[in-house]
Design a protein around this ligand. Structure first.
Ligand code: NAP
Length: 252
């Protein structure tokens, strides 16, 4: 499988042949994650559909078809993460997609408890899952980690004139800024293992994430294609970088 080159950024290419390769997408029972799982399945991967709810995950597995398997995985629950990791021998692609949104409050309006709740999934969950699956990733010849971030996590953009609602959605946006930082740190820490780690800004997509997303007309499949591109980066491809869904670089 060789994905089409990016529309705008020139990110292209992949390693050849995905037969017998294994991917895990967290939060893959709906939304962007489900589309990523579908596209990786169509590309020939065996795909673990991560879902914290078995019934919702099973439905997604049935809908996607192909070589998909349910992996019950609550990224905010250490026991669930450990149990899931025990079930996967070798892992070639980890997509840290599971995420939750918050309300539109500034940090001055928000309470610390909401920050903690969102960080549990969007930040600490990524650390827990990534570390638990590192032994499986180290068994792969082309290990890749894709962190589904957000353009709203870009500090450069937040500090500039682009955002009309300055400082709002602070808990969610700062959780994605923290995820961006982790992307850089993991990329450096895992470079010697050949594990590439990149972050994706998927763009605004019509999903259940929050009211703004639900009201948008952005196609989740388009964002998923951006994630798959990062999942299939060739061995000389980038690591520790932040890309938009169309392959163009996003400033940190
Ligand atoms: P979504 O439709 O709400 O999907 C979120 C997924 O994450 C669901 O499968 C959800 O499972 C799962 N999840 C939440 N908490 C979890 C946990 N503790 N353990 C395991 N799974 C958990 O939203 P989405 O838009 O597809 O979001 C996917 C990613 O894209 C998120 O990281 C989000 O921040 C990012 N993103 C989305 C947009 C957008 O416009 N949609 C823009 C920028 C970034 P349940 O069904 O069990 O709740």
């Amino acid at each position: 499988m060789r994905p089409e080159s990016a529309a705008g950024g020139g990110l292209s290419g992949s390693f050849d042949g995905v037969e017998n390769l294994v991917a895990l997408v967290t939060g893959a029972n709906k939304g962007i994650g489900k589309e990523i799982a579908r596209q990786l399945t169509d590309a020939g991967f065996t795909v673990y559909v991560g879902s914290r709810d078995a019934a919702r995950g099973e439905r997604a597995v049935e809908e996607i078809g192909g070589d998909t398997r349910l992996l019950v995985l609550d990224v905010a629950d250490d026991a669930s993460v450990a149990d899931a990791a025990r079930q996967v021998g070798t892992l070639d692609i980890l997509v840290n997609n599971a995420g939750i949104s918050g309300d539109d409050k500034t940090p001055a309006q928000e309470n610390a408890g909401t920050f903690r709740r969102i960080y549990e999934t969007n930040v600490f969950g990524v650390v827990a899952v990534t570390n638990a699956f590192l032994p499986a990733l180290r068994r792969s010849a082309h290990p890749r980690i894709v962190n589904i971030s957000s353009g709203t996590g870009s500090l450069s953009w937040s500090a500039g004139p682009q955002f009309p609602h300055r400082g709002t959605y602070a808990a969610y946006r700062s959780s994605k800024a923290a995820l961006n930082a982790l992307t850089v740190y993991y990329a450096h820490a895992l470079a010697a293992d050949g594990i590439k780690v990149n972050a994706l800004a998927p763009g605004l997509r019509r999903t259940d994430l929050n009211a703004t997303a639900a009201a948008s007309d952005g196609d989740p499949a388009e964002a998923a294609a951006g994630a798959v591109r990062l999942a299939l980066l060739p061995d000389d491809g980038p690591s520790g970088e932040f890309f938009s869904w169309d392959g163009t670089p996003v400033p940190w």
